[in-house]
Design a protein around this ligand. Structure first.
Ligand code: SF4
Length: 56
C-alpha cells in the first residue's frame, strides 16, 4: 500500500521536502510513487489541504 494525493492538492510543495524517500513528484497536482513510498504518513501530516491519505 502507499499514500495517494487527491484532487484537493494545491501543489504548494509542502510535502515534497518532508518525504524521507523522495517519493513525491511535482505536477498540476502532486503524485506519490507507490513503489518507493514506505507508508510513513509524514506527507499526510504536513499537507495543509488534507489532500493526502492512505490508498484504499
Ligand atoms: Fe513519502 Fe511517507 Fe508520504 Fe510515502 S507516506 S510519500 S514515504 S512522506
Amino acid at each position: 500500500m502507499a499514500y495517494v494525493i487527491s484532487d484537493n492538492c494545491v501543489a504548494c510543495g509542502t510535502c515534497i521536502d518532508e518525504c524521507p524517500t523522495q517519493s513525491i513528484s511535482e505536477g498540476d497536482i502532486y503524485s506519490i510513487n507507490a513503489d518507493t513510498c514506505i507508508d510513513c504518513g509524514t506527507c499526510a501530516d504536513v499537507c495543509p489541504s488534507g489532500a493526502i491519505a492512505p490508498a484504499e
